[in-house]
Design a binder for this molecule. Structure first.
Ligand SMILES: Cc1cc2nc3c(=O)[nH]c(=O)nc-3n(C[C@H](O)[C@H](O)[C@H](O)COP(=O)(O)OP(=O)(O)OC[C@H]3O[C@@H](n4cnc5c(N)ncnc54)[C@H](O)[C@@H]3O)c2cc1C
Length: 376
């Protein structure tokens, strides 16, 4: 790239902190760094024209885990780990709401519903049997029972006639949240360069040399917030997981309001602007979906459409307006990875399907890895 003296001096010289990725984590990390180090020169590099991973692609559920998901997590994590995961999600959501304001992100606590298919009657029975135990486990966090039973008032088809309701679950407008976050970061004087992809980096003389698709430069500290793309920068513990979504055209008198989890959380849908946003189905083809390629596949999109017709909107005519996908970062454990990779390189990645909830907190924790006494 043919850079001028001015461009090099203004944007790429004496950079204190370089953040890779302008998703929820990268932006919150930059905000926190600016708060801790007001004089610091902070640069965010983003490979997309818009953020291009999950933060602008997600379903906008402000959730912390359905009952079956919590029970499933208890099979692979200790009770203490599960409580700590839920606490972080609740704390993260509060931080997001405090940072941007409920009105700005259109936060609405309409409640969350877990639906069980007709075939899932044993899982439904297990959830019913363990509901009170989990409510007790969560009482110290919420002060009241989280999960209760509700009748199928939305008239979904092919499901058990009752759902499990979570009174604390909410939803946001993802676009408004990311737009506000970007504006806030820019207003603090943080610079964002789009269409710049970090290819590699190396430590040199107590600084980090960064090579991008367009130019090379040096930064004092590098903070990696690339989630599903983390393995491309040698963070091997994170695997990409694509998630596909569709949205209907507006539906007259849409009676469905809230966030919904179906079939052990493999499917999720919600109302937004008189439409239904519906995603999931990775379990149909896990191997193909372990990719960073933003695309849709027939097998998943057809199943989403079938479920819309047969289960979610069986008596309502609808048309699909648009389809898209995003890339999550997953691994063997649900806990995010927030750690130093070397003296001057740090990462905050592996947010799974809960980044709306934990993204703000992970960004803050990533920034807090930098010692306060760091010279600027
Ligand atoms: C379809 C879908 C639905 C979801 N629904 C929900 C939900 O309802 N609720 C919820 O809590 N979570 C949901 N999630 C998960 C949530 O969106 C993510 O956990 C969260 O957005 C992760 O944020 P992040 O900042 O870590 O990563 P990202 O948003 O992926 O940001 C990483 C950024 O890094 C950039 N990048 C990557 N590599 C490079 C590089 N080498 N150089 C420069 N830039 C780079 C990418 O372009 C990207 O913008 C969903 C995810 C998807 C895909």
């Amino acid at each position: 790239m043919n850079l001028s003296y001015w461009e090099i001096k203004t944007w790429l010289t004496n950079v204190d902190f370089t953040v890779v990725g302008s998703g929820i984590v990268g932006l919150n990390c930059a905000l926190q760094l600016k708060e801790k180090f007001p004089k610091a020169k902070i640069l965010i590099l983003e490979k997309g024209t818009l953020p291009q991973g999950a933060s602008t692609k997600n379903a906008g559920f402000a959730c912390f885990g359905s009952l079956s998901e919590i029970l499933d997590d208890l099979n692979t994590h200790t009770q203490q780990e599960v409580i700590s995961l839920i606490k972080k999600r609740v704390e993260g959501l509060q931080l997001l709401r405090n940072t941007l304001g409920d009105k700005t992100i259109n936060y609405q606590q309409l409640g969350g519903y877990e639906l069980f298919t007709k075939k899932d009657s044993s899982l439904f029975q297990e959830c019913l049997a363990k509901k009170e135990t989990i409510n007790k486990l969560l009482k110290p966090i919420f002060g009241e029972a989280v999960f209760s039973l509700k009748d199928n008032s939305f008239r979904f088809n092919n499901i058990q006639e009752q759902y499990i309701f979570n009174q604390y679950e909410g939803q946001i407008d993802t676009g408004k949240m990311m737009d506000a976050l970007l504006q806030k970061v820019l207003s603090k004087g943080v610079k964002i360069l789009n269409n710049v992809s970090v290819n590699t980096f190396s430590e040199a003389n107590n600084s980090v040399k960064i090579e991008t698709n367009l130019f090379d430069f040096t930064t004092s500290k590098l903070l990696i917030a690339t989630n599903g793309f983390a393995s491309q920068l040698h963070i091997a513990e994170v695997k990409p997981a694509r998630a596909q979504v569709l949205i209907t055209k507006p539906i007259k008198n849409l009676h469905i309001k809230g966030t919904f989890h179906l079939d052990k959380g493999y499917y999720y849908f919600r109302n937004i602007d008189d439409r239904i946003l519906f995603g999931g189905g990775r379990n149909l083809d896990f191997k193909t979906e372990e990719t960073t390629v933003l695309a849709q596949t027939a097998i998943i999109q057809n199943q989403l459409e079938t479920l819309l017709k047969t289960t979610i909107l069986p008596n309502t005519s609808f048309e699909i307006e648009h389809r898209w996908s995003g890339i999550m970062g997953v691994g063997s454990q649900k806990k995010a990875i927030v750690k130093p990779l070397s003296n001057n390189v740090f990462c905050g990645v592996r947010l799974g399907g809960m980044g709306v909830a934990i993204g703000s907190l992970v960004g803050k924790e990533l920034a807090n890895l930098i010692p306060v006494q760091t010279e600027i």
